[in-house]
Design a protein around this ligand. Structure first.
Ligand code: SAM
Ligand code: MD0
Ligand code: SF4
Length: 356
């Protein structure tokens, strides 16, 4: 809407008119950097979130159970050709034990994440399906799978094994940029993951990376697209340069770009789940992300289990600062409460009912 002030645009979005905002309006909101306008944006996002979710925050345990990968994404530490790192693959029993202790500590969901590990992809993902089924049945917890891009006929199998969510991040909806990042991967195949997962009755998560050289219009397009795909959880994460990759010398962008993306997503989509990932700035980045409108804490990792993060593979892990206990203490200090598993499960039932 030409000529609108930032305050007017925020007011329209807040009044539930997010869908009346054009791509240009959204890009305009994403460009806000003046201190008073930024605080106006964050406080609007926070109040929209509080209206839907109160002071409850959902907490997800992260189990990156295999760091082997057949892909060669330009941004990723775990890309196939990065030979400088030790890789691991946890056993089924390890994953069960880790998931069980995360549940006992109070998480709402286990995110079973892997590189596109040939061992896990073999035989139509039989090993991953087995792990998923066992975590669901033996631990009795909500489960997200993040296995990369999988063939169309696999989604019903993940659903049947007990997965609640399928996560697969497009990173950007600019096709040209995508092709420079996710080398040798097909844009449409990755986008279809979200559609196929939804058709199979799974909840879906999509995400963008911020600071890859995308324009504000690209960011706006991605945010609109993630909404129109009907994903129930959407994220923005700042790109963190990784040693041993072609993008190791790219100058990282300020975390503010991610925070503003979170706030704009919240204004446009009041009832979506939006993560505050500990995988960018560690625990130090938790409060700013919640203040920007996030309502899920992801990348919670237990210490001393030889588990890695993705963008920050060891930051804050063995110090215990990414543990459930520490996150719960931090929430307490911020006047927020972690949701119980039964509260989270009833939210998922509502989301599933609306997933048609
Ligand atoms: N291998 C699967 C895939 O690529 O879909 C699942 C795990 S993958 C490691 C999960 C996500 O981590 C990627 O989609 C990307 O958004 C994020 N990621 C990877 N490297 C990153 C980096 N250097 N900075 C920020 N985010 C990164
Ligand atoms: C996170 N490191 O939540 C994790 C990861 C994969 N589903 C999630 C990017 O930040
Ligand atoms: Fe593999 Fe995922 Fe990293 Fe790409 S982002 S190299 S698919 S682990």
């Amino acid at each position: 809407m030409v000529g609108l002030s930032v305050t007017d645009t925020i007011e329209i979005a807040k009044a539930g008119g997010g869908s009346r905002l054009s791509r240009d309006d959204i890009a305009e909101l994403l460009s806000v950097r003046k201190k008073d306008e930024v605080s106006e944006l964050f406080s609007a996002a926070g109040s929209v979130r509080d209206k839907v979710f109160g002071n409850k925050v959902f907490i997800y345990g992260f189990v990156y159970f295999s760091t082997h990968c057949r892909n060669n994404c330009a941004f990723c530490y775990y890309r196939r050709t990065n030979k400088s790192l030790p890789r691991y693959r946890k056993t089924e029993d390890d994953v069960l034990a880790l998931s069980g202790s995360l549940k006992d500590a109070g998480i709402n969901l286990v995110d079973l994440t892997m590189g596109e590990d040939p061992v896990m992809c073999a035989d139509d993902y039989s090993e991953l399906l087995k792990i998923t089924r066992r975590v669901k049945e033996e631990i009795d917890i909500s489960v997200m799978v993040s296995p990369g891009a999988v063939p169309k006929d696999s989604f019903v199998k993940f659903k049947e094994a007990g997965a609640d969510w399928f996560a697969c991040y497009q990173e950007t909806y600019n096709r040209e940029l995508f092709s420079k990042l996710r080398l040798e991967q097909d844009f449409d195949y990755r986008m279809d993951q979200k559609i196929w997962a939804k058709e199979a009755g799974l909840l879906t998560e999509d995400g963008i990376m911020v600071g890859l050289g995308e324009t504000l219009e690209d960011r706006a397009d991605s945010i609109i697209k993630m909404g129109s795909l009907g994903c129930q959880q959407i994220r923005a994460m700042t790109f963190v340069p990784q040693s041993g990759t072609p993008m190791e010398n790219v100058k990282p962008t300020e975390p503010m770009d991610e925070l503003i993306s979170i706030a704009v997503m919240r204004l446009l989509y009041p009832d979506k789940l939006i993560p505050a990932s500990l995988d960018v700035e560690g625990i130090a980045g938790l409060k700013s992300r919640l203040d920007a409108g996030a309502n899920v804490i992801t990348s919670i990792i237990p210490p001393n289990e030889d588990l890695a993060g993705v963008a920050q593979h060891d930051l804050d892990i063995d110090s215990g600062h990414r543990s459930v206990g520490h996150v719960l203490d931090m929430l307490d200090k911020m006047g927020k409460k972690a949701a119980s598993c039964s509260e989270y499960e009833s939210l998922l039932r509502r989301l599933k009912a609306g997933n048609a």
